[in-house]
Write a protein that binds this ligand. Sequence first.
Ligand SMILES: [Zn+2]
Length: 334
Amino acid sequence: MGNFQTIFDARVGQGKNAGAIFSPLILSFGLLNFLLALPLLFFIGCQGSPQCPINGQRAFKHVEKLVSFGPHPSGSKAIGDVQTYIRNHLIRSGLQVMEKDFLASTPIGSIPMKNIIGILEGKRSQIIMLATHYDTKRFSEFKFVGANDGCSGTGLLLELAAALAAEQKKLDCSLWFVFFDGEEAILQWSSDDSLYGSRHLVKELKEQGILSLVRSVILLDMVGDQDLTICREAYSTKWLQDLIWSVASQMNYQQYFRECSQQVMDDHWPLLQEGISAVDIIDFQYGGSEPPGIYWHTAQDTLDKVSAESLQVVGEVVYKSIFQVQKALFGEMN
Ligand SMILES: [Zn+2]
């Protein structure tokens, strides 16, 4: 992602008090009430429960594997291994896979790139897109593996694809799991040197006359930071962002999904430009409390900064939000 500007608003502290509401309630519960409340606990976050559809440890294992392929900027040999890994996991999870190859014109010449799309068909042809980028930024001065920036979103999206494939019968609209190549600038971030994959997909779907089927986009980027702080990304569509923040709040995850605000240029931008509702879920305070954070685009973006717990939190919120977005777009399923 590129240029940013941060405005922390006055509501940052609000979420911290929310936990206090629960204490007197829990104290007054007898055993029976507690047992009756168990399904409710699922919605407050289900970490560790066998019924939990999302497994942060499994997502973390994907991140570990993706990091083990080494730096994988667009056009590199290593990115081929990452593409094979993504494709194989999607097929194993029961998704249809589309691979979209294209030649990107960059400041250092043409680079072959590939968007990968895993598809779960629902009852309707309209599409909710879940997206991330899987390329890592190209650096010659140091080894950049992008454990958080590139690998965390990819690992979590692979886990979400498997979890939602198991619930395909509940899908009203179709889900596309989109893995973008070429999010990172090849040299220096600009409107021409960045977002190659998302710009290309928008162009392609527009040419095919099917872009209007895409009704909402949820983008994941840098979601594995063990010190998870997700501000509201300010370009994102308000209703969609409100819906997700409200789900997070119901799950008692306000300490992670915060009320601070920042603008981040990312793969949701080309879709927003076409009038499509899109939200970027991004922790852009990677190390410390100032954006972009001291680990961002440095040799320090390594596996030890990423946690299964953070992937679990974001995964649960996104999983539950999908069904809420469906409801907001099309009403209750019949
Ligand atoms: Zn980056």
